[in-house]
Ligand binder design. Structure first.
Ligand SMILES: NC(=O)c1ccc[n+]([C@@H]2O[C@H](COP(=O)([O-])OP(=O)(O)OC[C@H]3O[C@@H](n4cnc5c(N)ncnc54)[C@H](OP(=O)(O)O)[C@@H]3O)[C@@H](O)[C@H]2O)c1
Length: 376
């Protein structure tokens, strides 16, 4: 069930506010940064804002540059990204500029909200998602029904907070503006509540006139069988490690990463690491850890290929090593084919002993790439 790549975009004051409490929208970005935002908008399939931002700012949410719009059309894409909003109540202003500019629009709402939005004559595709709005259903709908692969979310704080806290944001593009709001009633970027423990990963910074743009990625694994955005990042790393394995005609090339619940990388490994012709990726990674490390109980093992259940080279298969380490969650891209062992089913072995196993088949191609030369 793949989701679109979700990019949160926001600008905040030095004291962490998204806006002030005056009726006019507070301009936090610099002109060059507004142009950068326009560029990001032109690169995505859809842009989403909450109903609160439509009410507060009455934005058009367009790609303003004619050249960027022309480039989209030349590339066979719609001139404007799909405009998406979210409203539980359906209590939307039919005259708002959002509905009367740009390309297609869609409102995700509840059953009750859909009746209200339709009665108001909202000029958009109104999609009810049940009695309550579920973000995973919304993202699946955008992906499957609307073909959205990259989604830019431009706020406000209620929306950003939910997507980050539910582990659904792939990236945060945050602009820090050199001014203060100083009003506790003003909206903040992130509200109170439970966020991932530990630290996000800073992947880039850029000065743009007098503001600073920062790129962050969440790092905390999901819980149970629900995949989080960070799971995809870690599994992509495992696939990169698989590509670094010394080639072999008699064994798979696999990468593995062990990550604590707070997003701290504990260890990584790959097949045939450090001149050991028989070592497996998960084995190499787990061997770097103290078996008494208390973080293992809450950790996730990412492995580009499911952990082996049967092994001829050494007595203990990787699924058993994972169980012995006390790890309760495994994320993998690819179920083991019958190349060397028939019906191996390491995932089944783990699941039968209470481990949550998540397979993300959208990474299978990357995981298979360094193994293309193997039979079958
Ligand atoms: N600086 C920036 O980068 C930036 C960007 C955007 C916005 N802003 C500012 O942010 C402020 C608005 O933020 P906000 O937090 O008040 O509003 P918001 O996040 O834009 O929208 C919140 C609304 O979205 C709907 N919604 C959100 N989650 C939902 C869920 N799970 N189920 C059903 N409906 C849901 C609800 O609409 P209903 O009430 O209709 O049910 C809710 O009231 C404004 O002041 C704006 O200027 C700043």
């Amino acid at each position: 069930m793949p989701y679109p790549y979700v990019l949160l975009s926001a600008a905040v004051s030095l004291d962490g506010y998204l806006d002030d409490t005056t009726p006019e929208r507070l301009l936090l970005s610099s002109p060059a940064d507004f142009d950068r935002v326009d560029e990001v908008r032109a690169s995505v399939d859809a842009i989403l804002i909450g109903a609160g931002t439509i009410r507060a700012d009455n934005p058009r949410l367009l790609v303003n540059s004619p050249d960027r719009r022309a480039a989209r059309v030349a590339a066979g894409r719609p001139e404007y990204p799909l405009k998406v909003t979210v409203s539980g109540s359906g209590d939307l202003d039919p005259e708002a500029r959002f509905w009367h500019s740009g390309g297609e629009k869609v409102v995700y709402t509840t059953e009750v909200g859909a009746a209200r939005a339709r009665a108001l004559g909202i000029a958009a595709d109104v999609v009810p998602l049940g009695a309550e709005l579920d973000w995973r259903r919304l993202l699946t709908h955008l992906h499957d029904e609307r073909g959205v692969r990259r989604l830019m979310v431009e706020g406000g704080g209620t929306i950003h907070t939910q997507l980050l806290r539910q582990g659904l944001a792939d990236e945060l593009q945050l602009v820090l503006a050199p001014l203060f709001v100083g009003d506790p009633d003003a909206p903040r970027l992130f509200g109170p509540g439970a966020y991932q423990g530990g630290r996000l990963r800073l992947t880039g910074t850029r000065r743009i006139e007098d503001v600073v743009l920062m790129h962050y990625e969440p790092t905390a694994p999901g819980t149970g069988t629900l995949p989080a955005a960070a799971d995809r990042h870690w599994l992509a790393l495992a696939c990169e490690l698989a590509a670094q394995c010394p080639p072999s005609d008699t064994a798979f090339s696999v990468g593995a990463v062990v990550v604590a619940a707070d997003g701290t990388e504990l260890a990584r490994g790959h097949s045939r690491e450090a001149g050991d012709p028989q070592v497996h990726a998960e084995e190499a990674a787990l061997a770097k850890l103290d078996p008494a490390d208390p973080r293992l109980a809450g950790a996730t093992v990412y492995s580009s290929l499911e952990p082996c259940a049967v092994r001829s080279s050494r007595p203990t298969p990787c699924a058993r090593l994972i169980l012995d380490a006390g790890v309760r969650r495994v994320v993998t891209a690819w179920r083991e084919p019958d190349t060397f062992v028939t019906a191996a089913d390491g995932s089944g072995l783990l699941a039968a002993r209470g481990v949550d196993v998540v397979v993300l088949p959208e990474y299978a191609e990357r995981a298979q790439e360094p193994n293309r030369h193997l039979p079958g």
